[in-house]
Design a protein. Structure first.
Length: 309
Protein backbone atom coordinates (compact mmCIF):
# COMPACT_ATOMS: atom_id res chain seq x y z
CA UNK A 1 0.00 0.00 0.00
CA UNK A 2 1.45 3.33 -0.98
CA UNK A 3 0.97 4.79 2.45
CA UNK A 4 2.43 8.19 1.65
CA UNK A 5 -0.13 8.85 -1.04
CA UNK A 6 -2.88 10.72 0.74
CA UNK A 7 -5.58 9.64 -1.68
CA UNK A 8 -7.19 13.05 -1.58
CA UNK A 9 -6.71 15.52 -4.35
CA UNK A 10 -8.05 19.02 -3.70
CA UNK A 11 -7.64 22.27 -5.60
CA UNK A 12 -9.05 25.71 -6.11
CA UNK A 13 -8.79 29.16 -7.52
CA UNK A 14 -6.84 32.29 -6.50
CA UNK A 15 -7.96 35.89 -6.23
CA UNK A 16 -6.66 37.99 -9.10
CA UNK A 17 -4.74 41.18 -8.55
CA UNK A 18 -6.80 44.34 -8.43
CA UNK A 19 -6.90 46.52 -11.52
CA UNK A 20 -4.75 49.66 -11.48
CA UNK A 21 -7.84 51.64 -12.48
CA UNK A 22 -9.67 50.60 -9.33
CA UNK A 23 -9.82 52.64 -6.16
CA UNK A 24 -6.54 53.33 -4.27
CA UNK A 25 -4.76 50.27 -2.92
CA UNK A 26 -4.60 49.40 0.75
CA UNK A 27 -3.86 46.18 2.61
CA UNK A 28 -7.29 46.25 4.29
CA UNK A 29 -9.22 46.63 1.05
CA UNK A 30 -7.05 44.00 -0.68
CA UNK A 31 -7.73 41.42 2.06
CA UNK A 32 -11.43 42.26 2.04
CA UNK A 33 -11.67 41.82 -1.74
CA UNK A 34 -9.78 38.52 -1.56
CA UNK A 35 -12.15 37.21 1.11
CA UNK A 36 -15.26 38.32 -0.77
CA UNK A 37 -14.05 36.76 -4.03
CA UNK A 38 -13.50 33.43 -2.28
CA UNK A 39 -17.08 33.51 -1.00
CA UNK A 40 -18.40 34.31 -4.47
CA UNK A 41 -16.42 31.44 -5.96
CA UNK A 42 -18.24 29.06 -3.67
CA UNK A 43 -21.66 30.48 -4.57
CA UNK A 44 -20.97 30.53 -8.29
CA UNK A 45 -19.66 26.98 -8.31
CA UNK A 46 -23.06 25.66 -7.31
CA UNK A 47 -24.27 26.67 -10.78
CA UNK A 48 -21.16 25.53 -12.66
CA UNK A 49 -21.73 21.79 -12.80
CA UNK A 50 -20.32 21.19 -16.26
CA UNK A 51 -16.79 22.49 -15.64
CA UNK A 52 -14.13 19.84 -16.44
CA UNK A 53 -11.64 20.86 -13.74
CA UNK A 54 -11.99 18.93 -10.47
CA UNK A 55 -9.91 21.67 -8.79
CA UNK A 56 -13.00 23.92 -8.79
CA UNK A 57 -14.84 21.60 -6.43
CA UNK A 58 -13.01 22.82 -3.33
CA UNK A 59 -14.41 26.33 -3.80
CA UNK A 60 -17.69 25.20 -2.25
CA UNK A 61 -15.90 24.50 1.01
CA UNK A 62 -14.95 28.16 1.47
CA UNK A 63 -18.46 29.11 2.58
CA UNK A 64 -18.69 26.80 5.58
CA UNK A 65 -15.76 27.67 7.87
CA UNK A 66 -17.11 27.92 11.42
CA UNK A 67 -13.94 27.18 13.41
CA UNK A 68 -10.59 28.92 13.23
CA UNK A 69 -7.96 26.41 14.36
CA UNK A 70 -5.75 24.56 11.89
CA UNK A 71 -7.59 21.26 12.35
CA UNK A 72 -10.76 22.85 10.98
CA UNK A 73 -9.19 24.65 8.00
CA UNK A 74 -10.69 22.45 5.29
CA UNK A 75 -10.13 24.78 2.36
CA UNK A 76 -7.63 25.32 -0.38
CA UNK A 77 -6.87 28.89 -1.39
CA UNK A 78 -8.32 30.01 -4.71
CA UNK A 79 -5.58 30.14 -7.34
CA UNK A 80 -3.14 27.71 -5.76
CA UNK A 81 -0.75 27.25 -8.68
CA UNK A 82 1.51 24.19 -8.60
CA UNK A 83 3.96 24.59 -11.46
CA UNK A 84 4.20 21.38 -13.49
CA UNK A 85 7.40 20.12 -15.15
CA UNK A 86 8.18 21.68 -18.52
CA UNK A 87 7.05 18.47 -20.22
CA UNK A 88 3.51 19.28 -19.06
CA UNK A 89 3.55 22.82 -20.45
CA UNK A 90 1.62 23.50 -23.69
CA UNK A 91 3.60 22.60 -26.80
CA UNK A 92 2.70 25.63 -28.93
CA UNK A 93 4.64 28.84 -28.34
CA UNK A 94 1.64 31.11 -27.60
CA UNK A 95 -0.02 28.93 -24.95
CA UNK A 96 3.41 28.02 -23.54
CA UNK A 97 4.39 31.63 -22.81
CA UNK A 98 0.91 32.52 -21.51
CA UNK A 99 1.05 29.63 -19.07
CA UNK A 100 4.61 30.53 -18.05
CA UNK A 101 3.50 34.14 -17.49
CA UNK A 102 0.62 32.97 -15.29
CA UNK A 103 3.03 30.84 -13.26
CA UNK A 104 5.32 33.82 -12.63
CA UNK A 105 2.37 36.10 -11.91
CA UNK A 106 0.94 33.66 -9.38
CA UNK A 107 4.29 33.40 -7.62
CA UNK A 108 4.63 37.19 -7.55
CA UNK A 109 1.10 37.63 -6.18
CA UNK A 110 1.88 35.22 -3.37
CA UNK A 111 4.99 37.20 -2.42
CA UNK A 112 3.11 40.51 -2.47
CA UNK A 113 0.31 39.15 -0.27
CA UNK A 114 2.85 37.92 2.25
CA UNK A 115 4.56 41.33 2.29
CA UNK A 116 1.22 43.08 2.80
CA UNK A 117 0.42 40.96 5.85
CA UNK A 118 3.95 41.46 7.17
CA UNK A 119 3.62 45.26 6.86
CA UNK A 120 0.14 45.27 8.38
CA UNK A 121 1.55 43.57 11.50
CA UNK A 122 3.86 46.52 12.19
CA UNK A 123 2.74 48.46 15.32
CA UNK A 124 4.04 51.59 13.62
CA UNK A 125 6.03 52.47 10.54
CA UNK A 126 9.39 52.51 12.35
CA UNK A 127 8.83 49.34 14.40
CA UNK A 128 9.50 45.77 13.36
CA UNK A 129 6.73 43.61 11.99
CA UNK A 130 5.20 41.26 14.56
CA UNK A 131 4.54 38.51 12.00
CA UNK A 132 7.39 36.84 10.18
CA UNK A 133 6.89 34.08 7.57
CA UNK A 134 9.83 31.88 8.70
CA UNK A 135 9.45 29.88 5.48
CA UNK A 136 12.58 27.79 6.05
CA UNK A 137 11.13 26.47 9.32
CA UNK A 138 7.81 25.83 7.59
CA UNK A 139 9.56 23.67 4.98
CA UNK A 140 11.18 21.62 7.75
CA UNK A 141 7.74 21.23 9.31
CA UNK A 142 6.32 20.01 5.99
CA UNK A 143 9.03 17.32 5.76
CA UNK A 144 8.46 16.19 9.33
CA UNK A 145 4.67 16.11 8.93
CA UNK A 146 4.90 14.23 5.64
CA UNK A 147 7.08 11.55 7.24
CA UNK A 148 5.01 11.32 10.43
CA UNK A 149 1.76 11.01 8.52
CA UNK A 150 3.06 8.26 6.24
CA UNK A 151 4.39 6.30 9.20
CA UNK A 152 1.12 6.80 11.10
CA UNK A 153 -0.99 5.59 8.16
CA UNK A 154 1.12 2.44 7.87
CA UNK A 155 1.05 1.79 11.62
CA UNK A 156 -2.64 2.64 11.97
CA UNK A 157 -1.76 5.32 14.52
CA UNK A 158 -5.04 7.23 14.77
CA UNK A 159 -3.87 9.62 17.47
CA UNK A 160 -1.02 10.94 15.32
CA UNK A 161 -3.27 11.29 12.28
CA UNK A 162 -5.78 13.33 14.30
CA UNK A 163 -2.96 15.49 15.63
CA UNK A 164 -1.18 16.38 12.38
CA UNK A 165 -3.92 16.31 9.72
CA UNK A 166 -6.84 18.67 9.16
CA UNK A 167 -10.15 17.07 10.03
CA UNK A 168 -11.26 16.74 6.42
CA UNK A 169 -8.18 14.63 5.65
CA UNK A 170 -8.10 12.71 8.93
CA UNK A 171 -11.66 11.37 8.67
CA UNK A 172 -11.20 9.30 5.46
CA UNK A 173 -7.72 8.17 6.55
CA UNK A 174 -9.13 6.85 9.81
CA UNK A 175 -11.98 5.18 7.93
CA UNK A 176 -9.51 3.43 5.61
CA UNK A 177 -7.58 2.12 8.62
CA UNK A 178 -10.78 0.69 10.11
CA UNK A 179 -11.53 -1.24 6.91
CA UNK A 180 -8.14 -2.96 6.73
CA UNK A 181 -7.98 -6.72 7.20
CA UNK A 182 -6.96 -7.42 10.80
CA UNK A 183 -4.41 -9.98 9.69
CA UNK A 184 -2.48 -7.59 7.44
CA UNK A 185 0.28 -5.38 8.83
CA UNK A 186 1.68 -2.44 6.86
CA UNK A 187 5.15 -0.94 6.92
CA UNK A 188 6.44 2.32 5.45
CA UNK A 189 10.01 3.60 5.50
CA UNK A 190 11.62 6.75 4.17
CA UNK A 191 14.76 5.45 2.46
CA UNK A 192 16.18 8.85 1.54
CA UNK A 193 15.37 12.28 0.16
CA UNK A 194 16.09 12.64 -3.55
CA UNK A 195 17.54 15.56 -5.51
CA UNK A 196 18.39 17.49 -2.38
CA UNK A 197 19.89 20.25 -4.51
CA UNK A 198 16.37 21.00 -5.75
CA UNK A 199 13.96 19.64 -3.14
CA UNK A 200 12.21 20.39 -0.90
CA UNK A 201 11.02 23.64 -2.43
CA UNK A 202 8.06 25.93 -1.94
CA UNK A 203 5.70 25.98 -4.93
CA UNK A 204 2.99 28.19 -3.48
CA UNK A 205 2.59 30.38 -0.41
CA UNK A 206 -0.62 32.16 0.51
CA UNK A 207 -2.08 34.02 3.48
CA UNK A 208 -5.41 35.81 3.80
CA UNK A 209 -8.15 36.37 6.41
CA UNK A 210 -10.85 33.72 6.70
CA UNK A 211 -13.68 36.27 6.64
CA UNK A 212 -14.16 40.03 6.36
CA UNK A 213 -15.16 40.29 10.01
CA UNK A 214 -12.87 42.49 12.15
CA UNK A 215 -10.30 40.39 13.95
CA UNK A 216 -10.85 37.36 11.72
CA UNK A 217 -7.72 35.17 11.84
CA UNK A 218 -5.52 34.66 8.84
CA UNK A 219 -5.17 31.30 7.15
CA UNK A 220 -1.69 30.49 5.92
CA UNK A 221 -1.02 27.81 3.30
CA UNK A 222 2.18 26.44 1.78
CA UNK A 223 2.66 23.86 -0.95
CA UNK A 224 6.02 22.13 -0.55
CA UNK A 225 7.38 19.71 -3.16
CA UNK A 226 9.18 16.78 -1.50
CA UNK A 227 11.18 14.21 -3.49
CA UNK A 228 11.92 10.93 -1.74
CA UNK A 229 12.49 7.22 -2.13
CA UNK A 230 10.03 5.19 -0.07
CA UNK A 231 9.89 1.54 0.87
CA UNK A 232 6.49 -0.08 1.45
CA UNK A 233 5.59 -3.65 2.34
CA UNK A 234 2.68 -5.68 3.73
CA UNK A 235 2.93 -8.62 6.12
CA UNK A 236 0.54 -11.51 6.69
CA UNK A 237 0.09 -11.75 10.47
CA UNK A 238 -2.51 -14.50 10.32
CA UNK A 239 -1.80 -17.87 11.91
CA UNK A 240 -1.09 -19.23 8.47
CA UNK A 241 1.09 -16.34 7.30
CA UNK A 242 3.14 -16.09 10.51
CA UNK A 243 4.26 -12.53 9.79
CA UNK A 244 5.76 -13.26 6.38
CA UNK A 245 5.86 -10.67 3.61
CA UNK A 246 2.85 -10.87 1.32
CA UNK A 247 4.19 -11.76 -2.15
CA UNK A 248 4.25 -8.79 -4.53
CA UNK A 249 3.56 -6.23 -1.79
CA UNK A 250 7.12 -5.02 -1.30
CA UNK A 251 7.86 -1.89 -3.29
CA UNK A 252 10.50 0.81 -3.36
CA UNK A 253 9.48 3.87 -5.34
CA UNK A 254 10.72 7.38 -6.08
CA UNK A 255 8.02 10.00 -5.59
CA UNK A 256 7.66 13.77 -5.84
CA UNK A 257 4.73 14.87 -3.70
CA UNK A 258 3.30 18.37 -3.47
CA UNK A 259 2.38 18.49 0.21
CA UNK A 260 -0.07 21.17 1.35
CA UNK A 261 0.30 22.39 4.93
CA UNK A 262 -1.89 24.96 6.63
CA UNK A 263 -2.18 26.89 9.86
CA UNK A 264 -3.94 29.93 11.30
CA UNK A 265 -2.45 33.22 12.50
CA UNK A 266 -4.10 35.23 15.26
CA UNK A 267 -4.77 38.71 13.94
CA UNK A 268 -4.39 40.34 17.35
CA UNK A 269 -1.26 38.66 18.70
CA UNK A 270 0.19 37.46 15.37
CA UNK A 271 0.86 34.10 17.00
CA UNK A 272 0.75 31.13 14.63
CA UNK A 273 -0.65 27.76 15.65
CA UNK A 274 0.72 24.38 14.61
CA UNK A 275 1.09 23.39 10.98
CA UNK A 276 -1.16 20.57 9.79
CA UNK A 277 -1.33 18.59 6.57
CA UNK A 278 -4.20 19.44 4.25
CA UNK A 279 -3.38 16.90 1.52
CA UNK A 280 -1.39 16.70 -1.69
CA UNK A 281 -1.92 18.41 -5.05
CA UNK A 282 -1.35 17.39 -8.62
CA UNK A 283 0.56 19.86 -10.80
CA UNK A 284 -1.58 22.57 -12.36
CA UNK A 285 -2.38 21.91 -16.03
CA UNK A 286 -2.91 24.67 -18.58
CA UNK A 287 -6.45 23.64 -19.56
CA UNK A 288 -7.63 23.54 -15.94
CA UNK A 289 -5.95 26.83 -15.15
CA UNK A 290 -7.70 28.59 -18.05
CA UNK A 291 -11.11 27.57 -16.70
CA UNK A 292 -10.26 28.82 -13.23
CA UNK A 293 -8.69 32.03 -14.48
CA UNK A 294 -11.71 33.03 -16.58
CA UNK A 295 -14.06 32.31 -13.69
CA UNK A 296 -12.02 34.44 -11.30
CA UNK A 297 -11.68 37.26 -13.80
CA UNK A 298 -15.46 37.48 -14.13
CA UNK A 299 -15.86 37.39 -10.35
CA UNK A 300 -13.26 40.10 -9.87
CA UNK A 301 -14.87 42.31 -12.51
CA UNK A 302 -18.20 41.94 -10.72
CA UNK A 303 -16.57 42.74 -7.38
CA UNK A 304 -14.70 45.78 -8.67
CA UNK A 305 -17.84 47.18 -10.32
CA UNK A 306 -19.42 47.43 -6.86
CA UNK A 307 -16.68 49.82 -5.72
CA UNK A 308 -16.76 52.19 -8.68
CA UNK A 309 -17.95 55.67 -7.86
Amino acid sequence: MAASRLGLRAAGLAPMAASPAARPFSSTSQCARDSNIRKQVGRMYQNVTDQPSPRLQSAKQLQSLSQTNSAAVAMLFPGTFVRPPLSKFPRNAGPFFRFAYDAVKSWGTDIVQSLIVNLSSKPSFFKRALWKPKTALAVLSAKALHRSMSEAIAAGDKNTINKICVTKLAVPLLASIDTRPKSVRYSWELVRYNKTWRYPRVLSRKISPITREPGSPFVRQLVVAIASRQHMVKYDDSAKGQGRIIPGSEKEVDLVENVVITCTVDRNTWAQDEWRIFGTLKPTLAEDWEVEKHLLESLEAEEMSKHKV
